[in-house]
Design a protein around this ligand. Structure first.
Ligand SMILES: [Zn+2]
Length: 268
């Protein structure tokens, strides 16, 4: 199995983080993406995750908390608590031994807001994330989001704009890259076009996508993954720490979601 493939522990929510890591390794993987909210839900100590991943020989990334949060909110208190939780999750990433923190860029508070104000807030937020990541010798990947109400970092022009901000910030964003979500890209058109045009991709999320489910199991949706996955691997293998986190949860049969992913990805 390619060592960059990293099933998200969220796929195996009912097993808790430690149980999920064991199953991920047993399925033949060498990496995993831990969800911060999964740690909270299962009340798992970060140091236990560090120990377990060490025993199993798994490389880790951490997905920052995102539910109910908006680090760009026009509401100052929501904005503050959102940023605090994501910045603190860099410490959690460090404690579990992950090298990359995946974080959402934030969204509009109201569809009538001026999007340029959000880009300005995002820039200041990036500088804060970068400073803390640098202090801990970690990396942050900001995720391209699904086409959905209030999300604005979704399409190719927006990701190009974000990459341009990172370039312009120079050393103030040297620890920050983009996380390309293939299923999210699939809600906007052709993921191959994202791979060709979006620069500074340092991490990725991979699942299939279908009309009913944004994150469908690999091979069970409509994406041309036979062409997409090799190109995605090429991009991620060129980065020092990036992983391709595998998503797509089947709440009725979590182990099947992992089995399907393992069987599908062996060909790469
Ligand atoms: Zn995400």
């Amino acid at each position: 199995m390619n060592p960059r493939f990293a099933p998200a522990t969220r796929m195996l929510w009912h097993s808790g983080v430690l149980g999920a890591l064991e199953q991920v390794r047993a399925a033949g993987f060498h990496a995993a993406e831990v969800w911060a909210q999964h740690l909270w839900d299962a009340q798992t100590a970060p140091l236990d995750v560090h120990r377990k991943a060490g025993e199993l020989g798994l490389r880790l990334s951490l997905h920052a908390p995102s539910y109910d949060l908006n680090p760009l909110s026009s509401n100052p208190e929501i904005r503050a608590v959102s940023r605090r939780q994501v910045l603190e999750s860099l410490e959690t990433a460090d404690a579990i031994g992950a090298r990359v923190l995946v974080a959402h860029p934030g969204q509009l508070s109201s569809s009538t807001d001026d999007v340029d104000e959000y880009w300005t807030r995002l820039e200041a937020y990036i500088v804060d994330l970068n400073a803390k990541a640098r202090a801990l010798d970690l990396w942050v990947a900001l995720e391209g989001m699904e086409k959905k109400r209030l999300q604005f970092v979704t399409n190719i022009p927006a990701l190009e704009r974000l990459a341009g901000i990172l370039e312009r910030l120079g050393s103030d964003a040297e620890r920050v890259s983009l996380a390309l979500d293939i299923a999210h890209a699939g809600t906007m058109g052709d993921p191959l076009a994202f791979l060709e045009r979006v620069p500074r991709v340092g991490h990725a999320h991979l699942s299939d996508t279908s009309v009913e489910k944004t994150h469908a199991l690999l091979g069970e949706g409509r994406l041309d993954l036979g062409h997409i996955v090799p190109k995605l691997l090429e991009r991620i293998e060129a980065t020092p720490h990036g992983l391709i986190a595998i998503e797509g949860r089947l709440s009725s049969d979590e182990p099947r979601a992992l089995r399907v992913a393992a069987a599908y990805l062996k060909q790469f």
